[in-house]
Design a protein around this ligand. Structure first.
Ligand SMILES: Nc1ncnc2c1ncn2[C@@H]1O[C@H](COP(=O)(O)OP(=O)(O)OP(=O)(O)O)[C@@H](O)[C@H]1O
Length: 682
């Protein structure tokens, strides 16, 4: 227990992250190139400048227009290395401390990201004269491998146009990214060579297509692509994989609206930017501790899924041009956004929520906060809530990284940020713990695609009463039936559960929620108003607490069992029946589970809806191409893509949200299901 508790601390300490953050985001400013140093026109361009607060936990990057002594936007990173700092410094501070963890079974991924020409390749790969991070890491890994009897293997690949190519193979054969049912990734067809020394590595590396210039690649391979170095460490005694280290040299970002100097087409640039965004979305989701990480958005993130997730190390190295250019500002702003810690979670996580149910509950958390917010702050908070709700109503996944309000601070945006990130006062402890309970209940419920009323945080105390006192009677509570006839009295069991429950709590809860409901109703897809639900619970509870004894008709068999020694006494001291009896009891007890025909109808139909969704997903996971095409909305292209996904994973569609992976919007998914349902009656 002690070791598992200390594990995350060690990890976050190593990466110097706040406990909630998973990915460390650092910058490296490239030195001036000869051309930049010589060009006098560049002097007029604002230069990058750093501010390092005393605490050393973060760095603020901005561009300083020296002629106007004006600073533009400021971006926050975990750290940033200056122009004159060597790559060796980055290695010894950021990567070397992770090596021991590779031998302890972890993975580490170093992802270089930045605008074109910002120094990614130089930093990752280096030159034969000036080794980059890969060479430094490998040197260290080899030393350790020799010392403890492990071996090191290398794979090199390129991801281009959503295809992975093996760069150690002279035929550049395509690598298949397969995922088994347990989510284990298998890179089928990827070559691997054993490396024993650095000269051996350098020869392999620089003679591979990886090290060669892009022009030598066959035309079908894009000039701009993501390059990946995969270093695997194996145990010599059993041949098993011990740990991995990946270096990813991402293609450079270029604004697709500008014509590319190297002749990249608009389609290619857009495609590359899309895959870069996919990587950033994954990093953002990891850093925000989101339950859904959109690995499926690109081939690259899919192939690295195992190394990026879990308790593995991820370091994003943002390479920066020293002079102001729009592409650098863009990459810096996105890196900075992913760098934001969970400080903003109460406001911003709503933007990223995936399901409307989650959105509803997160919103309700904010409502709880509002309820405890002094009136003077409510106005601001309302404003930020509306903002979040609006954002939450658009397509809710990682792609939204580029839609929602920036977290970076700029002179122009300062006022927007102030409104957007207004900090609400801390909830009292009690409410916080209620929220924690609520959140965990909610998580469980979400897994079942169902958000129970109990997940809503507004009546915690009365819920607690209900839970405490009704445990032994829970089956009876559900089975309350006012219509039990007097004729059945001989078989009736009188139950007086907890006559003294304080129903005023519920009334109080009701009164306070009318207003909040209005807010909730605004949210698309929100459940029935909270007050309505509370009223329902309240009524049930009142009924339950009334002095009139509740009578339940027992099935004959059950009754006999109890007559034979287990029966309830008049004062109701229920004993725990055996599991077998419980099953038979629930099967045979003639209790209507619903308080009204409407409730019965709506609950049953929601059950049917669940079954329909399940069958629909099952169909997508198993049907042939021709069968798939029979569904409205699935043509040749989508059917082919579905089959491709099924090649990679045995069950690619586990929830309706997974359909977004085949390019369907939430609206289209809903429409398709409506079609299926209406087809049943045609
Ligand atoms: N730390 C550094 N020290 C000296 N020169 C550097 C450094 N970083 C980058 N450079 C130089 O800057 C130029 C651009 O670097 P590099 O090719 O690595 O950029 P890149 O980000 O990989 O570009 P692309 O996106 O086109 O792949 C090269 O001429 C490189 O030699």
């Amino acid at each position: 227990m002690a070791s598992s508790a200390s594990q995350p601390d060690r990890l976050t300490e190593k990466l110097r992250l706040t406990p909630s953050r998973r990915v460390r985001i650092i910058g490296k400013i490239r030195p001036f190139t000869n051309q930049e140093s010589e060009s006098s026109s560049e002097d007029s361009k604002p230069r990058i400048t750093l501010r390092k607060p005393q605490d050393g936990n973060r760095v603020f990057v901005s561009f300083l227009d020296q002629s106007a002594s004006r600073k533009d936007a400021t971006y926050e990173l975990d750290y940033c290395y200056e122009q004159d700092e060597d790559i060796e410094v980055i290695f010894s501070r950021e990567i070397k401390p992770l090596i021991s963890d590779i031998y302890a079974g972890k993975s580490a991924s170093i992802v270089a990201y930045g605008a074109r020409g910002s120094g990614k390749t130089y930093t990752i790969q280096g030159t034969e004269k000036n080794p980059g991070l890969v060479v430094m890491a490998l040197t260290e890994l080899l030393l350790e491998a020799e010392r403890i009897g492990k071996s090191v293997c290398l794979s090199l690949c390129e991801v281009s146009h959503e295809h992975v190519y093996d760069l150690l193979d002279t035929n550049h054969s395509e690598v298949q990214v397969l995922e088994d049912a347990r989510g284990k990734i298998n890179l089928k067809g990827l070559s691997q060579v054993s490396v024993k020394s650095i000269p051996e590595f350098l020869s392999t590396y620089f003679n591979s297509n990886f090290g060669k210039s892009a022009q030598k690649l066959p035309p079908e391979l894009s000039k701009r692509s993501h390059k990946v170095v995969l270093i695997n460490v194996f145990d010599n005694s059993n041949g098993k994989l011990v740990g991995k280290m990946n270096f990813v040299d991402l293609a450079g970002y270029v604004d697709a609206r500008r014509t590319s100097a190297d002749g990249s087409t608009l389609t290619e640039t857009t495609r590359i930017n899309k895959s870069l965004h996919a990587v950033l979305n994954v990093i953002y989701a990891l850093n925000s501790n989101e339950s859904h990480v959109p690995y499926r958005e690109s081939k690259l993130t899919r192939m690295l899924k195992e190394s990026l997730g879990g308790r593995n190390h991820v370091l994003m190295l943002t390479c920066l041009n020293p002079l102001l250019c729009q592409d650098t500002v863009h990459t810096l702003s996105l890196a900075s956004r992913s760098c934001q810690s969970m400080d903003h979670v109460s406001i911003d996580s709503v933007v990223k929520v995936k399901s409307s149910a989650r959105s509803q509950v997160l919103s309700s958390q904010k409502i709880v906060k509002l309820a405890t917010t002094p009136a003077s702050m409510k106005k601001q908070a309302d404003c930020s809530m509306q903002l979040s709700e609006k954002k939450g109503s658009t397509k809710p996944n990682g792609r939204k990284l580029f839609d929602h309000g920036k977290k970076v601070i700029s002179n122009q945006e300062k006022h927007t940020k102030d409104a957007d990130s207004v900090k609400l006062p801390e909830l009292p402890n009690e409410s916080n713990s209620d929220l924690a309970i609520t959140e965990s209940r909610l998580k469980e419920a979400l897994e079942d695609n169902h958000v129970p009323d109990s997940a809503l945080p507004l009546v915690p105390s009365s819920e607690a009463v209900l839970e405490d006192k009704s445990i032994v009677n829970s089956s009876v509570v559900e089975g309350l039936d006012e219509d039990i006839s007097a004729d059945n009295r001989s078989n009736d069991v009188e139950v007086t559960p907890f006559a003294n429950a304080d129903t005023s709590l519920l009334e109080h809860g009701n009164a306070g929620t009318e207003k909040k409901d209005k807010c909730l109703q605004k949210i698309e897809g929100a459940s029935p108003p909270l007050s309505e639900r509370l009223r329902e619970i309240s009524n049930n509870l009142k009924l339950f607490c009334s002095t009139t004894p509740l009578r339940v008709k027992m099935p004959e068999e059950f009754d006999k069992q109890y007559s034979a020694g287990m029966c309830f006494t008049d004062t109701i001291e229920p004993k725990t029946p055996t599991a077998e009896i419980c099953t038979r009891f629930s099967e045979k007890l003639e209790i209507t589970k619903y308080s009204s025909p409407w409730e019965k109808f709506s609950q049953r139909s929601s059950g049917m809806k669940g079954t329909l969704v399940e069958d629909y997903l099952n169909f997508l996971n198993t049907a042939s191409k021709e069968e798939l095409k029979r569904l409205k909305g699935i043509g040749e292209k989508r059917a082919t893509y579905i089959l491709e996904l099924r090649d990679e994973s045995t069950e690619p569609f586990k929830s309706l949200e997974d359909l977004e992976d085949i390019g369907l919007s939430a609206k289209q998914i809903k429409g398709m299901l409506k079609n299926v349902a209406s087809g049943l009656f045609s």
